[in-house]
Design a protein around this ligand. Structure first.
Ligand SMILES: Nc1ncnc2c1ncn2[C@@H]1O[C@H](COP(=O)(O)OP(=O)(O)OP(=O)(O)O)[C@@H](O)[C@H]1O
Length: 137
């Protein structure tokens, strides 16, 4: 499947609006959850990798492990599961630029910028709501 091929499509109760990025196991979309009425980041396991039980296991392990964590520096997981045989993780959407794009656009950072940036990211990654369970918060 081509990168971002799901943009504009419906995935269960999620409307996939834009491709946010690609990781080792699949793509991450900005998605609108039509049942909870909120915008989230949805990681979807690559269909080719999904044929390999090792990747399925790894993806499930990541979902379970991340959902149990309640750590200010870890993005909260709202939910995870399987829709039409495709595994997904529903997590809080982080708005902003990732470090790689920032460095590409601006070049190396000086010590002052690095320090300001890490203080800001610590502040912004603090959950606004407590995550008490593995399901929606
Ligand atoms: N919660 C989020 N909010 C906004 N963008 C995100 C979010 N999660 C991931 N992204 C974007 O999607 C890209 C890929 O994320 P992903 O977690 O799949 O990367 P990865 O760490 O390489 O993956 P993996 O651990 O599966 O190998 C990120 O680089 C980021 O740009």
């Amino acid at each position: 499947m081509a990168a971002g091929a799901r943009v504009g499509s419906q995935f269960g109760h999620y409307h996939l609006r834009a491709l946010l990025g690609r990781g080792g196991m699949g793509e991450v979309y900005e998605a609108y959850d039509t049942t909870k009425d909120r915008t989230v980041a949805l990681k979807i396991l690559d269909v080719d990798l999904a044929k390999d039980p090792t990747y399925q296991q790894r993806f499930r392990r990541e979902s379970h492990a991340a959902a149990r964590l309640q750590e200010p520096h870890v993005i909260p997981i709202h939910d995870w599961g399987e829709i039409d045989g495709v595994l997904y993780i529903d997590m809080r959407l982080v708005v902003g630029q990732d470090l790689r794009s920032l460095l590409r656009a601006r070049g190396p950072m000086g010590p002052d910028t690095q320090s300001r940036s890490s203080t800001r990211s610590r502040r912004h990654s603090t959950p606004r709501t407590p995550t008490g369970s593995s399901t929606a918060t």
